[in-house]
Design a protein around this ligand. Structure first.
Ligand SMILES: [Zn+2]
Ligand SMILES: [Zn+2]
Length: 154
């Protein structure tokens, strides 16, 4: 069995549509604008630059520890369901065999409470890529563009 288990986990955005991120280099938090899927305004990149320190990293390297923990926890019930479904499918074709799913089966991972995203930080819009605004901690004077890494003053 080598199926890909896709677990839909939604990470909350703040009321302006920004998602919290943590830089893998300087470990400080900022937010970037979360474009809708298929948004023509979204830059297609294979790495982003940290607005705070300017270091680049792959697009999947920016989860905050709270988000990782949340995704780990939230995927538990989905994996349970996946295992349950596979077992049921396996026995469905056998005549005279009744499958009584045992819904209490669990890996023992509890579903965490939903994450909350406060409306903190200030918006900074890179002059080079105004379609990719970021939010940085109040008082930040210099910000790097998420897409190209160019520094600009806020
Ligand atoms: Zn950084
Ligand atoms: Zn730019």
């Amino acid at each position: 069995m080598n199926d890909d288990i896709r677990v839909p986990v939604s990470i909350p955005l703040d009321s302006d549509g920004f998602i919290r991120r943590e830089c893998p280099n300087c470990e400080r938090e900022f937010k970037w604008f979360s474009h809708e899927e298929g948004d023509a305004n979204a830059e297609v990149v294979d790495q982003y630059f940290c607005p705070l320190c300017g270091a680049g990293a792959g697009t999947e390297s920016w989860w905050t520890p709270a988000q990782l923990e949340y995704m780990h926890g939230a995927s538990g019930p989905a994996i349970d369901q996946y295992v349950q479904d596979s077992v049921e499918t396996m026995f469905k074709g056998i005549k005279g065999m009744t499958v009584k799913p045992n819904r209490s089966f669990s890996f023992g991972i509890e579903t965490p409470d939903a994450l909350a995203e406060p409306d903190d930080m200030m918006i900074a819009e890179p002059p080079c890529h105004p379609n990719e605004p970021v939010k940085v901690p109040d008082g930040t004077a210099k910000v790097y563009c998420l897409v190209c890494g160019n520094a600009f003053a806020v």
